[in-house]
Design a protein around this ligand. Structure first.
Ligand SMILES: [Zn+2]
Length: 395
């Protein structure tokens, strides 16, 4: 219905897309809106000594809290849904090839171009470069004219197949709409992905004592490959707490804001229950896509009803142990969330608005709880880094 509204209106306006979902071959983040909200909330729960700095830089902090997702993939452009059929059949039509060429991605003569399709995922490989294509529910923000958009957000122009279709018709009453699209990415740093999760239930039964918390001990026991594949988030958080302390000591505002933003990202990611379990996308229980349905579709659709209630930041005694505690906390929510998705889908053919309404009824509380806890933890990690830096003055 929403879609019909988009296309039927006679007023054509330039619209730009903010990408809210994140590509990763293995894991997903909270949606970028969720990261921004949590990070923004964290700024208000700091002790008075450092609160002014974080409040002053809150917008940048929120922006940088999505950096780690930018490091693992870069959105290039969107292509029309009409190409879904081509991609499924493993073909790159002349039309599609042209879309790539418009974006200056030339397919050299006789270049090995391969397509892999699996569960709605496609990759176009040109030589050594891989271009993953993901079907995602994007949000269209109507933010006024082009200038304003680029000042406000790091937005990407929309391209749906052809030049004429770079414009959408919008009901001007609406400033946020969902639309499913195909997004073309360029793969980023392959080392980045595993830093966003830790599938703790691959390490025996609860409470997972099989896994040593010390990184070197864990590697000695399982090997670096296994440890990496199962996720590195807790160790990344400990490392980034140190990096933030270093940045604070240096007094370089930009460095501090960037490190604090990245640390926030990793801390927030492991609060998402599906970042800590092997069934991270419902793929083991025939609930494919539950990750995005919960953290993007539901969290964005019900944003106004998700009120965060963080607590004041406290000093963290051991940043690594605290991260493992968060993982354990998240773990206990995971089955609740999967169960909510299953119940919400009962009697529904598609993941429609009524599915989403039920999902919110059954699992909205999880989002509220975990996002609030994530804000508390983020503020606490910032505060702890500052204490460890020797309480330098932040400007
Ligand atoms: Zn992430």
């Amino acid at each position: 219905m929403m879609k019909a509204k988009i296309w039927s209106t006679s007023i054509w306006l330039l619209v730009y897309v903010i990408l809210v979902t994140c590509y990763a071959s293995r894991a997903f983040p909270w949606g970028s809106n969720a990261h921004e909200r949590i990070t923004d909330a964290a700024c208000d729960f700091l002790p008075s000594e450092i609160s002014p700095f974080f409040v002053k830089h809150r917008r940048q902090l929120a922006y940088h809290s999505n950096d780690p997702d930018r490091w693992r993939r870069e959105l290039l452009f969107r292509i029309g849904l009409k190409y879904e059929k081509d991609l499924n059949s493993g073909q790159i039509t002349a039309d599609l090839r042209q879309v790539f060429e418009v974006h200056r991605i030339d397919f050299p003569q006789n270049a090995p171009v391969s397509l892999r399709g699996k569960e709605g995922r496609w990759f176009i490989t040109v030589g050594k470069q891989e271009y993953p294509i993901r079907k995602e529910a994007d949000k269209l923000y109507l933010l006024g004219d082009k200038t304003a958009i680029f000042e406000n957000r790091s937005a990407e122009p929309v391209l749906l197949g052809s030049e004429e279709e770079t414009r959408f018709a919008l009901d001007i009453e609406e400033n946020l709409l969902s639309l499913t699209s195909l997004n073309v990415y360029k793969s980023g740093d392959p080392a980045e992905g595993p830093r966003h999760f830790l599938d703790i239930d691959l390490y025996g039964p609860y409470p997972f004592v099989e896994l040593p918390h010390d990184y070197d001990d864990a590697v000695a026991k399982f090997g670096v490959e296994t440890i990496t594949k199962r996720g590195l988030a807790t160790w990344r958080i400990a490392d980034y707490t140190r990096l933030l302390s270093e940045a604070m000591k240096s007094g370089d505002t930009q460095k501090i804001v960037q490190a604090a933003g990245a640390l926030a990202h990793y801390v927030e990611d492991i609060h998402m229950p599906l970042h800590v379990v092997k069934n991270y996308n419902g793929q083991l229980t025939n609930q494919h896509g539950v990750h995005q349905r919960f953290e993007d579709d539901m969290v964005d659709a019900y944003a106004e009803r998700i009120h965060l209630t963080p607590k004041r930041a406290l000093e963290i005694g051991d940043p690594l142990e605290a991260a493992f505690d968060i993982v354990l906390d998240s773990y206990v929510y995971a089955n609740n969330l999967l169960h909510a998705d299953r119940k919400a889908k009962l009697g529904e053919d598609t993941y429609s608005a009524s599915y989403l309404e039920k999902l919110f009824r059954f699992s909205g509380w999880i989002a509220v709880q975990r996002m609030s806890d994530a804000a508390t933890a983020t503020a606490s990690y910032w505060y702890t880094a500052w204490l460890r830096a020797g309480k330098p003055e932040l400007k």
